[in-house]
Design a protein around this ligand. Structure first.
Ligand SMILES: [Zn+2]
Length: 167
């Protein structure tokens, strides 16, 4: 089971539903059917104690309660919760993560982050599965390793690959 966070796009994801589901994407599309605005999955936490965590979070945000499982909170409010879950916490990854969006004054490329709604440190979140495990640096390979999906990366390959496909 997982506790999921689904945001309402029309209000700039300022309304977030906190619920429990086994199949999060199925739940999102079911919710979408009855909603006039676009619903976006922001993140989720895998846990055996999903209902307990859900209850705690509903309590934590009770002052911002809107209706049902919807709360007037922002992605910035749920990021600390996802971070605390470490390897059980996931962000819904930006499809264009690591796309170069511009260059700073020193001509250093600036990349689109993994998470659309907030800035994460580059080694904090796996760019492949969105896990907040905190990519561990491996001396042997000189690469960062995701304990969740087992990906190895030095992050540079992502931007290179993207550039090639652009060219
Ligand atoms: Zn991963």
């Amino acid at each position: 089971m997982a506790v999921y966070f689904i945001g309402e796009e029309e209000s700039g994801c300022c309304r977030i539903k906190i619920g429990v589901a086994k199949d999060i994407e199925k739940r999102r599309s079911n919710l979408q059917t009855g909603s006039p605005s676009e619903l976006r999955l922001l993140g989720w936490i895998h846990t055996e104690a999903a209902f307990e965590l859900e209850r705690r979070l509903h309590q934590q945000f009770s002052a911002a309660h809107v209706r049902g499982e919807w709360f007037a909170i922002e992605p910035a409010d749920i990021l600390p919760i996802l971070r605390r879950a470490t390897s059980e916490g996931f962000v819904a990854r930006n499809a264009n993560a690591f796309q170069i969006v511009g260059y700073d004054r020193d001509a250093v490329p600036e990349y689109l982050g993994v998470w659309e709604w907030g800035d994460l440190e580059i080694d904090e979140c796996c760019p492949f599965c969105g896990c907040l495990c905190g990519m561990a640096f491996q001396d042997a390979s000189q690469m960062y390793h995701c304990i969740r999906c087992d990906a190895l990366t030095d992050f540079s390959e992502l931007s290179h690959r993207h550039n090639e496909s652009e060219g």
